[in-house]
Design a protein around this ligand. Structure first.
Ligand code: G3I
Length: 351
């Protein structure tokens, strides 16, 4: 009898520890993670993914440079490994990404002499690429980041767009057509525009105006991806809240697509950043937990329009920011930090 009582007393604690992030957020939004090939091969890391996440993004394996480095020569090995892991475990994927100025072969927009392609030829190549990738993963990918980071970093520029070779060939039509081609290939996938520093008032206004214009032209955009490369101080809750309120006027789906919180004062998805970070300490751990707590408090408030929150990388060891930025809820040994508990317990943090 005494044994039975002891077991029942223990049960809630056992249930709590068996519960991962995906369970804690059931009914609010799905919780995702971006993965590299090691993450899906190592059995302990794979188990961590399955326990905590019900959405997976390939960190690099589905990008144009990985799947079609040269025109027509597809290499599906990396993308298939991630997709098969997800198929095997019944996890749906966020597709990332179809058109981006980084990690894309020059063949997409240049001829062999390095001259920009005529617009129609560029569109033909882009359409072939998008159709091939989207069709192949239709069964497992539920949404795509169709165009990534098309807005300029220059907040003072008259032209809101990043001056990429693709933009120079076709202007805004490049963005519109990427969405049209993706929709042709899979009319059921949700299609996203995805960008960073998306809480900045100038950039968020530009993103808003672009999506507004494209939607008015009938371009099939379903959602906005807020990348979420944040730091310990920014965005403040009001800044995050303001950006979500702006975007939700336009779209029914907002995803936080690449969430991490770095220890330095920088933010955003630019590759020019410091990997030096700082030294691990208790107070850093607490500040990280507090910032994640503030962020998730705002996200939960908007869970009617936010349907996915994805962390960018599985652990500090995997982070593109380097381990010394301590940006994730799991440390270099894949152990949960205080931030993990704050997120899991859905504690409202406003200070
Ligand atoms: O594949 C080569 C390999 O052949 C080579 O030996 C090795 C040597 O450095 O480099 C490998 O390429 C690296 C690639 O990741 C794959 O591991 C690149 O150097 C490295 O720059 C690249 O970084 C990725 C970055 O995008 C590229 O722009 C990061 O892992 C990835 O996390 C990051 O993700 C982006 C999102 O897609 C879009 N938003 C911003 C975010 C952070 O930059």
């Amino acid at each position: 009898m005494r044994k039975k009582v002891f077991f029942f007393l223990l049960l809630p604690a056992l249930q709590l520890s068996a519960q991962g992030l995906k369970d804690a957020y059931e009914g609010l939004f799905t919780v995702g993670v971006s993965v590299n090939l090691r993450n899906v091969t190592d059995s302990a890391q794979a188990a961590l993914i399955c326990r905590n996440y019900n959405s997976v993004t390939a960190e690099n394996a589905m990008k144009p440079a990985s799947t079609e480095r040269e025109e027509g020569r597809f290499d599906w090995r990396g993308a298939d490994r991630v997709a098969n892991f997800c198929r095997q475990h019944g996890i749906k994927m966020r597709g990332h990404c179809l058109m981006w100025h980084n990690q894309i072969g020059r063949w997409m927009y240049e001829d062999e002499e390095g001259n920009p392609l005529p617009k129609e030829e560029f569109f033909r190549r882009m359409r072939n690429h998008i159709h091939a990738v989207v069709s192949r993963y239709k069964d497992v990918v539920y949404c795509w980041d169709v165009v990534n980071e098309a807005i300029t970093d220059d907040r003072r520029a008259d032209n809101p767009y990043r001056q990429t070779p693709m933009y120079r060939i076709a202007g805004e039509e490049f963005i519109a057509n990427a969405f049209r081609f993706a929709h042709e290939a899979d009319s059921t996938a949700l299609l996203f525009y995805n960008d960073y520093n998306e809480c900045d008032p100038v950039r968020s206004r530009r993103i808003y105006e672009m999506v507004l214009r494209l939607k008015a032209d009938g371009v099939p955009i379903d959602g906005i991806g807020m990348q979420g490369h944040y730091n310990l101080r920014r965005p403040q809750p009001e800044e995050l809240d303001r950006a979500i309120r702006l975007y939700r006027q336009l779209v029914h789906h907002i995803h936080i697509t690449e969430l991490d919180v770095r220890a330095s004062s920088q933010q955003g998805g630019d590759l020019q950043f410091s990997k030096d970070g700082t030294t691990a300490s208790d107070s850093l751990d607490e500040r990280l937990a507090a910032q994640y707590g503030r962020i998730f408090t705002v996200l939960r408030r908007h869970s009617d329009v936010i349907d996915n929150v994805t962390f960018w990388n599985l652990s500090d060891r995997d982070s593109w920011l380097g381990a010394k930025n301590y940006p994730l809820p799991f440390d270099v040994n894949y152990q949960p930090k205080r931030a993990y508990d704050v997120i899991l317990q859905k504690k409202d943090v406003t200070q």
